[in-house]
Design a protein around this ligand. Sequence first.
Ligand code: SF4
Length: 480
Amino acid sequence: MSKLRAAAAGGLRRSGGRAVPCAGDNRRGASPRRGDPAPVPALHLFGDPAEIQALRGNLLAWYDRCKRDLPWRTLASAEPDVNRRAYAVWVSEIMLQQTQVATVIDYYNRWMQKWPTLQALAEASLEEVNELWAGLGYYSRGKRLQEAARKVVSKLAGQMPRTAEDLQKLLPGVGRYTAGAIASISYGQATGVVDGNVIRVLCRLRCIGADSSSPAVIDRLWDMANALVDRSRPGDFNQALMELGATVCTPKAPLCGECPVKQHCRARHRKLFGKLTLVPDVEDCGVGGCPLCPPATEPWDSSLGVTNFPRKAAKKQPRVEQTATCVLERRGRHGAPEYLIVQRPSSGLLAGLWEFPSLPLAPGLQQEKQREALEDHLRAWTGQPVAAGSLRFIGEVVHVFSHIHQTYVVYSLSLDGDVTLDLASSPYRWVTEEEFHASAVSTAMKKVLRACERQRGEESGPAKGSKRKRGTKSGGAGST
Ligand code: SF4
């Protein structure tokens, strides 16, 4: 069977798609008909069933030898109950979105200890979910996970949907990737997954250099992942591909020499031999015309080697914002400091989390104007006069959210006695430092408190009395 017919037999394209050798060389193929999907150049395909078989075997053997010991893998392999197993995988997949494995492990263990089943999670309050999620980022993930668990319990009689298609259709917050991961790992459904690691590995294996975030390339990668997935061990195969991307085929310094699929890697071949002359029936794509090659304006750069792939369109710059925030402090019982925190609205960024009283600032506002705006805000909110100059400037704390570059302009204010706040504006409470850290507060707010404590430490430390950098105005922070 020719390579091109084998490609068709391998089902590597959506129905109606055709494989062509590349660089516009389609003399060996039938003429395209109007309305046909764009043909996939053979360079970018897995066209040989024997090669697919070998790749699966090499990857799975490596995975069996080298896979990391991770709590969700242990749970999933030992759990006989299919709903519990799917839940255990689901929680890990949601936590791992945008977050490193090392960070997730502790959160995952605490979560599964607290809510070992869907039913337990469905009964939890959102406040509890936010408290446990605090510091993990992208807080809507925890909220949606809980909403979906409630739906499974109340609408689906506690039964998780049993296919990737139904998981995606029926569960809020479950997209194509998460559905594929749950279905392949928990149910053994032969369905592929495409995440950041898989994108990188596949783009390198098949020299895909067009914008890897474009729908056209993503569609091709899904086709490829679905065709490659091992039919008898789909969950392990998918995890192996992701593991390879995370530990060997890393973004900047891939360990090609240790790679279990290096003999199938066309990026490596190109790096070693300059051209793909040793790959039968496959010619290097020429400039232009190929929908999966790098754009003609950004050709192969030999100094980059395999890291020529994948490529992404330039990332949109995050929005720049400034927020004035005030650490309101009083002496609590036994003289220990207590801090006032208020709850954010139940939707939008950091929904339902707690923070120090904060006020978004208009761009370009001078520092004195920022201070006045914050004073006005606190005055209206506490119903108390805020003496001019009593707000103490601590410094600036920068926190980068996925799409916002946020600068918190931090002030502190010490209060004598209690204040009665306008409860209509937002719920509030006084917390000790320990309670603050156990509350549903964001990492940014923890940085803000650290900045205040650092300032206080500097003032009460051995350097007391010596010259040091201070905020613009001393208001006796930390002492009421
Ligand atoms: Fe990645 Fe290198 Fe393996 Fe290719 S050979 S898949 S570039 S690690």
